[in-house]
Design a protein around this ligand. Structure first.
Ligand code: NOJ
Length: 560
């Protein structure tokens, strides 16, 4: 297998609005990030993925960009951003920027031109269609509720928006648009950035003719999903972007790809095909989703988690490369979702970190994960900010008359604001995030859960992450070793091995608050064992043939 720096990296994601506010306006900013670089350096990560900091009217918190080459005023200036990059590089940290080119903002100059007239030179930068029988051009639905089409009076046509109506989809069939995107990518690469995270990049090639979705309810991800995910020209576009731009720089790329399969992902990330380094797949974060979609809650089964991770580990082995994540700015907090954020918050956060960081792939830590931040429950919908949540609430409760308590419960479990509450730096007012009024309320548990406490406590989740990241740096087997699932049928224990040449690791994880017994599988042959990391105290000499695991216990052994 080819060895590269991005396979050996650990990435930390910053959602700038919620990270650290340096000027008291209640909104995180670039100077706030600079103040925290030493904290991140101490954690041991070596790459930062920065969610969008470009000019934006913030309909979707920066994922609706009105100028790709300007910094959002609320976050600072281009000089601040350049200082951030310099301060990062000085510390040996790499920066990957968010590339959001499935859509722009409707306030982007291109769209303002595009909507003016049917023969405007920018008309074909977007996807315009006449209505069909006095209604929308097709039955696709927006990921953020309602039709995916918006009627525009000026030219009496509709434009496509897979996300909000302020996020019109760009038309990748137009070579001029593709050239503009490549030019913009070079603008940032020439400033010295180290790569891109590409927003819903497998949505950019739509099925020609934009036909009605046949079984709207059986679509991947959203109504119409089958017609715009991994579309017919997607590999051609990815390859062209690689040839024209990426191949000219030593950078890393990760494509966000809802609905992507292991087979497709193996193609996107096969180095010989020259497309992307890795993708964010969604299968493991859809396991607690019922047939009604994201807000239809379903309990998570450990057997499904095992099957999914194993499929991805084995599916890309020797072919492509996995990205490893359990949460991000769109997903609930990992400890609330997969662990126990009450009596075993610390233990289960460490167990989940071990689970992820011991796999093959590049791990991503989402801000606040390293201190075990949890989901939040605000009493009323007025306290929420996320457009996806608010649109859903309007559709289901205000228009649809659905049960308020049930809808609020799904917001508590799945809403994106769970991940977006400000980072809890200390136990002072507003958790030390801002001296002003935070744009989104702080999680009231900041008095116990905060970075200051975590730094001071040698047994904290933060210091556990530091050790995990250090282990990955010191042991090639953690990066490159092959993964094999053990004890497939066990209802509480997730165990797997990693193998590289003659070396072997054993990872034992208890995903429950019970005390299940680990029995060494027969195929595991070894004469000695050495403990590498654990989240409870363990006697080095203890036999590991039969082990009663404590709630959410995690251990990693080197077998000899
Ligand atoms: C995926 C991003 O992660 C999410 O935050 C955003 O709302 C959509 N893409 C649209 O850009």
């Amino acid at each position: 297998m080819n060895k590269t720096w991005w396979k050996e990296s650990v990435v930390y994601q910053i959602y700038p609005r919620s990270f650290s506010d340096s000027n008291g306006d209640g909104i995180g900013d670039i100077n706030g990030i600079i103040e925290k670089l030493d904290y991140l350096k101490e954690l041991g990560i070596n790459v930062i993925w920065l969610s969008p900091v470009y000019q934006s009217p913030n309909d979707d918190n920066g994922y609706d960009i009105s100028d790709y080459q300007k910094i959002m005023d609320e976050f600072g200036t281009m000089e601040d951003w350049e200082r951030l990059l310099a301060e990062m590089h000085k510390r040996g940290l790499k920066l990957i920027m968010d590339l959001v080119v499935n859509h722009s903002s409707d306030e982007h100059a291109w769209f303002k031109e595009s909507r003016k007239s049917k023969d405007n030179p920018y008309r074909d930068y977007y996807i315009w269609r006449p209505g069909k029988n006095g209604a929308e051009p097709n039955n696709w639905e927006s990921v953020f509720s309602g039709s995916a089409w918006e009627y525009d009076e000026a030219t009496e046509e509709y434009y496509l928006h897979v996300f909000s109506k302020k996020q019109p989809d760009l038309n990748w069939e137009n070579p001029k648009l593709r050239e503009e995107v490549y030019r913009m990518m070079k603008f940032w690469l020439d400033k010295g950035i180290d790569g891109f995270r590409m927003d819903v990049i497998n949505f950019i090639s739509k099925v020609p003719g934009l036909p009605d979705a046949e079984n709207p309810h059986n679509q991947r991800y959203a109504w119409g999903g089958d017609y715009f995910m991994d579309g017919p020209r997607i590999h051609e576009f990815m390859n062209e972007m690689n040839q024209n731009v990426l191949s000219q720089y030593d950078v890393m790329t990760v494509g966000e790809m809802p609905g992507v399969t292991t087979e497709e992902a193996a193609l996107y990330t096969d180095g010989e095909r020259r497309e992307l380094n890795m993708v964010f797949q969604f299968e493991h974060v859809d396991l607690d989703t019922g047939p009604g979609g994201k807000w239809d809650l379903k309990p998570l089964e450990l057997k499904d988690l095992k099957a999914t991770f194993t499929k991805w580990q084995k599916g890309l082995e020797g072919k492509g490369w996995n990205s490893l994540y359990l949460n991000n700015h769109d997903q609930p907090r990992m400890v609330s979702r997969f662990g126990n954020d009450k009596e075993y918050r610390v233990e289960s956060a460490k167990m989940l970190a071990t689970f992820l960081h011991m796999m093959q792939g590049t791990p991503y830590v989402y801000q606040g994960e390293e201190i075990g931040m949890t989901n939040v429950r605000f009493e009323t919908i007025e306290e929420y900010e996320d457009i996806e949540t608010l649109n859903m609430y309007r559709e289901k409760v205000m228009d649809g008359g659905e049960d308020l308590a049930q809808v609020m419960n799904s917001v508590y479990v799945k809403g994106r604001d769970n991940a977006r509450t400000p980072i809890q730096w200390d136990d002072s007012e507003n958790a030390g995030f801002t001296e002003g009024n935070p744009w989104l309320k702080v999680n009231p548990n900041y008095k116990e859960i905060n970075a200051k406490q975590a730094m001071e406590d040698p047994e904290s989740i933060f210091h556990f992450y530091r050790r995990l990241i250090q282990l990955r740096k010191e042991n090639e087997i953690i990066v490159y070793g092959n993964y094999d699932l053990l004890l497939e049928e066990h209802p509480h224990i997730y165990a797997y091995s990693r193998t590289l040449g003659g070396e072997k690791l054993l990872v034992m994880l208890n995903f429950s608050d019970e005390r299940p017994v680990f029995e060494m599988p027969e195929e595991m042959e070894f004469s000695d064992h050495e403990l590498m990391i654990s989240n409870y105290e363990v006697h080095a000499e203890e036999s590991i043939q039969t082990v009663e695991l404590k709630p959410y216990e995690a251990r990693v052994y080197r077998l000899k």
